[in-house]
Design a protein around this ligand. Structure first.
Ligand code: NAD
Length: 347
């Protein structure tokens, strides 16, 4: 599949056991030179040898950089260490950067590729479900500041995305399930068939089909709205309340998936109160996401969530764009003032 935006055309390959194509794909992007493989300390022992071997076999020179695993390393220090590594190894704009890992690795490496020498080509090889269905596609990248998550960043489309769903086999269940919150989100906002497939099956049995469907939706939206000013905002379903839950818990009480899962149920309920979402929708979402071990009630009083929403960077002039469901599989962007929102936020 191709993702054509104003800034670049990215190629996205999705399949099982396609990791060993990495070298050949790098070679199609640069004729000679070096490939910096950026990965984390959990993913390196699993897949780095294979990726570096495939790069060598293609006649290119791999250089491995390993980040300690964890969101706490998604910061400017790590970025700076990678800049120094690239400079010491004499990387130029005719070389390549390859991100091998989850969303943390992809976001850091994507940001480095956007900024080192004002931009160097990149390949994303996502290894978590979140990264495969969401973060590796669409070009958003960046790092956290002590003041908040993802406050530094860029839009930077990768040249190539290699999505090998067999890499998910080594993913622990809790991390796989965290990604299922995003998968359910695609069903809620765009795709009733996907939602029903998830209701009736174990997603691990259909994972390649599911990933292809989700990436197709993400690519469609990004094609129309690369800069997140229109249609792309629909991907925020569950995230206004979800981000607030994460913030209220100091980013330690909930994983992103747990917070988004509760956020989707709560935002569906708000839609029901406003008469936009058919009654019973929030119960249907609840039943599905409970299967992935998610708690669906708000973990703190609605007032605390509202306070956290007030600090959301997406609020302009006291209004925000809430994503609501017209039905399972159909979503709308609903501008709402904080006052209106307060009036429909029930405990
Ligand atoms: N740029 C975007 O559009 C976008 C979208 C969604 C999320 N994100 C970002 O993504 C990050 C979360 O991503 P994540 O959930 O992938 O986190 P992550 O990268 O921290 O990965 C989660 C854990 O899984 C391990 N892991 C990765 N692949 C593995 C594999 N195949 N087998 C075994 N273990 C493996 C990692 O080492 C890590 O410990 C957040 O920083 C978030 O802000 C970005």
């Amino acid at each position: 599949m191709e993702l054509v935006t104003k800034s670049k055309t990215s190629v996205i390959d999705i399949g099982e056991a396609i990791l060993d194509n990495a070298g050949h794909i790098c070679k199609s992007l640069i004729k000679s030179g070096k490939v910096a493989v950026i990965t984390d300390s959990n993913v390196a022992p699993l897949y780095a040898v294979r990726v570096c071997g495939s790069i060598k076999k293609a006649g290119l020179c791999p250089a491995l950089f390993i980040i300690p695993a964890g969101e706490e390393y998604k910061n400017l220090n790590t970025v700076s260490e990678i800049y120094n590594f690239l400079a010491e190894n004499l990387f130029t704009r005719s070389d390549l950067l390859l991100a091998l890992g989850g969303g943390v690795t992809g976001d850091i490496a994507g940001f480095v590729s956007a900024t080192y020498l004002r931009g160097i080509n990149s390949v994303q090889v996502p290894t978590t479900l979140v990264a495969q269905v969401d973060s590796s596609v669409g070009g958003k990248c960046g790092v956290d500041l002590p003041a908040g998550k993802n406050l530094i960043g860029a839009f930077n489309q990768p040249d190539y995305v290699i999505i090998d769903t067999s890499l998910l086999k080594t993913l622990p269940d809790n991390i796989f399930n965290d990604g299922m919150a995003e998968v359910v989100k695609y069903g809620c906002i765009f795709d009733k068939d996907l939602f029903e497939l998830l209701e009736a099956n174990n997603p691990r049995d259909f994972i390649t089909e599911i990933v292809k469907t989700c990436v197709g939706h993400k690519a469609d939206v990004v094609k129309k709205d690369e800069r997140d000013t229109g249609e792309r905002m629909k991907l925020n379903f569950g995230h206004t309340v979800g981000h607030a839950i994460e913030k209220a818990g100091n980013y330690t009480s909930h994983t992103h998936g747990q917070a988004v899962a509760a956020g989707m149920v709560y935002e569906a309920r708000i839609g029901e109160i406003l008469g936009i979402t058919p009654k019973g929708t929030s119960e249907r979402i609840t039943a599905l996401i409970k299967r992935f071990g998610f708690e669906t009630r708000l973990p703190c009083p609605a007032g605390e969530v509202l306070d956290a929403i007030k600090a959301d960077k997406k609020i302009l002039d006291g209004r925000l764009n809430l994503i609501l469901l017209r039905d399972i599989g159909a979503s709308v962007i609903h501008p709402i003032t904080l006052r209106e929102l307060k009036s429909v936020m029930v405990v």
